[in-house]
Design a protein around this ligand. Structure first.
Ligand code: ZN
Length: 505
């Protein structure tokens, strides 16, 4: 009989090959969204579908299943919290998940979502939901099949989809935390709305030349610690970060010469994801715990750098003089305090990725509720535009004038990423809780940011979050670091302190 260490090495070796194969898909997907000529779309969807099937075969192979079972029965893999036991736990979780999904469904999902994304790009450009509707119907149909196949026994099909992005999270728990958050956010939004202090946000829609935006955003990403010798920044319809593998992490953004925050804070956001990817333990690459802990934890990193750092007064103490030199036409005669207030302007808006810190979470709650209804079959894809607009009117008091600024704005549904949205708001709450703890540990972070020193925060995150990968489930990881289970309170306290000062409440 093979020894524990032989079995374990075999498991890791198998997993690593599967991970390498999956990283080829990631590379092709990146290319698809950045440089692929339109004529290559159909061929690319076949490549990706073939690879998705091959990856699925690897992660569902009977040999892998036997290794996991044998290690569970006979293996002594050391302490409960240690990386070897965690690898086995995570391998079991993902193996069970993968074997529940028929290969045909996996391949079809890959093929359909690849084509659907291209149709979404076109539909969004023309703000024409009707051309996208058949694709949304296909994707939602496949996701409902997926949820049924995974059937995790809770009786809530959405749980199965959510679990893919946030291991262990339950729809009802998330809804509970969101309800608490909403209760505190709504009066804050109202108080801000009633305030006589109004930032002059029109500063940000003056002309910001694209090349200058690119240079400035790159410099900021580099300053907070994203390493360009192991990364790139390109353009795509929807900004994203793709950690292809060790030493290769790619960010994208989109530029609008008449809207400074879109690309700038978008790049800080994606760089935050990138810093997490670059901070993963390289020696764990390809093992089950070699990935980021969850999408919620991933998002906590991007939102922390984007908002808690990038939209702080201290950050602009360092960067505003450079901004004025880079964009003289837009910023001559504008004071740093006015600029700081402008990038923190709070007002209900249509586009999630451009929303302020306070209203952002309301955008997420709308999507979270709609997705649950789509998956339950209570809402038909054809009804999405009307339902979307009604939800915005009820929740934010504004009605999107067209679908490009409404239900067509996000890539997620075309890409089959249903269950993903709630992780953004979870990420905001994780970010606030982690940042509160980092502040206690590191002292006056503002003084450091004002000097352009972001290294202590980045190293603290490296040491407490990044290097562990998936060794701990997300809720445990955060509780271990902060001493508290996830709560909406640190986020609310951050938002109140910051915006009561800006709006003189
Ligand atoms: Zn993100």
């Amino acid at each position: 009989m093979a020894s524990t260490s032989e079995l374990y090495d075999d498991l890791v070796d198998e997993w690593r090959k599967g991970t390498l194969l999956a990283s080829c898909s990631a590379q092709l997907s990146w290319d698809e969204q950045t440089y692929l000529p339109p004529g290559g779309v159909s061929h690319r969807s076949e490549q990706l579908s073939l690879l998705a099937g091959m990856v699925h075969d690897r992660f569902t192979s009977p040999h892998l299943g036997e290794l996991i079972s044998e290690l569970e029965q006979h293996g002594d893999l050391g302490e409960a919290d240690g990386p070897r036991r965690a690898n086995l736990r995570e391998a079991r979780r993902r193996y069970d998940r993968a074997t529940k999904l028929p290969k045909k469904l996996v391949e079809e999902m890959s093929r359909v979502t690849s084509l659907a994304q291209h149709n979404w790009v076109e539909a969004r450009k023309k703000s024409n939901f009707e051309t996208f509707r058949p694709w949304l119907e296909k994707v939602v149909g496949l996701k409902r099949e997926e949820a049924a196949a995974l059937g995790n026994g809770s009786g809530v099909p959405y749980d199965a989809l959510l679990d893919d992005y946030e291991p262990g999270a339950k729809t009802a728990d998330v809804a509970g935390v969101f309800a608490g958050l909403r209760k505190d956010l709504v009066p804050l939004v109202q108080a801000i709305h009633n305030s006589k202090t109004k930032p002059n946000a029109s500063i940000l829609t003056r002309r910001y030349p694209k090349d200058a935006q690119r240079t400035f955003a790159r410099a900021a990403a580099s300053a907070i610690g994203f390493r360009f010798d192991e990364g790139r920044l390109d353009e795509s319809a929807h900004p994203f970060c793709s950690g292809i593998g060790p030493g290769d992490c790619r960010l994208t953004t989109r530029y609008d010469e008449r809207h400074f925050p879109g690309a700038f804070f978008g790049v800080l956001h994606e760089a935050g994801h990138g810093i997490y990817e670059q901070g993963l333990d390289r020696s764990a690459y390809g093992t089950p715990i070699g990935d980021a802990a969850s999408l919620g934890v991933h998002e906590s990193q991007s939102r922390m750098w984007e908002n808690f750092v990038g939209r702080s007064r201290a950050f602009w103490t360092q960067f505003y003089p450079q901004a004025q030199t880079t964009f003289p036409e837009a910023l001559n005669g504008v004071g740093a305090d006015d600029f700081y207030a402008a990038v923190n302007d709070v007002r209900p808006s249509f586009i999630r990725v451009e929303a302020d810190e306070v209203t952002y979470n309301l955008h997420i709650m709308i999507r979270f509720e709609m997705e649950q209804r789509l998956i339950a079959g209570d809402l038909k894809p054809a009804e999405v535009p009307a339902a979307w607009n009604a939800a915005y009117t009820a929740s934010l008091g504004i009605t999107p004038p067209d679908d490009a600024q409404g239900c067509l704005q996000d890539v997620h549904w075309s890409a089959g990423l249903l269950g993903y949205f709630p992780t953004y708001a979870l990420g905001n709450m994780y970010a606030a809780q982690l940042f509160e703890t980092a502040r206690k540990a590191l002292g006056d972070l503002d003084a450091l940011f004002a000097k352009g020193d972001f290294t202590p925060l980045r190293e603290w995150l490296n040491a407490h979050v990044h290097r562990y990968g998936r060794q701990f489930p997300p809720s445990r990881l955060v509780e271990r670091i902060t001493g508290q289970p996830l709560s909406h309170r640190p986020l609310v306290s951050h938002l109140k302190t910051k915006f009561e000062a800006i709006y003189r409440l």
